[in-house]
Design a protein around this ligand. Structure first.
Ligand SMILES: [Zn+2]
Length: 96
């Protein structure tokens, strides 16, 4: 398996008083740029954050190409990390 696996992209409104989120089709992600949140009107995705996301995905591909397929057995610990790209990149290790 690849060392870093992509599980999906969510569009999450950054307004802390709003709970809007949507599962984004990666091929249509660009259409969210400067689109207002349907619930509160906040900007759902800035062009800067989109560029950060695309840069991150390119880096994931580079790392996977460098590492190649990694061996996974019963003792392999797999961690799930939520990555947010909003005014930079933040990582949140999910509890298993
Ligand atoms: Zn919102």
């Amino acid at each position: 398996m690849k060392a870093l696996q992509y599980k999906g992209t969510n569009i999450i409104c950054d307004n802390k008083d709003c709970d809007y989120r949507d599962i984004a089709d990666l091929s249509k992600l660009k259409s969210y740029i400067n689109k207002p949140c349907p619930k509160c009107g906040s900007n759902l995705l800035t062009e800067e954050d989109y560029d950060i996301y695309i840069g991150l995905m390119n880096e994931v591909n580079i790392i996977n190409n460098i590492l190649g397929d990694v061996k996974v057995d019963d003792d392999t610990e797999i961690k799930e990390v939520e990555v947010r790209t909003r005014k930079g990149i933040s990582f949140n290790l999910k509890k298993s």
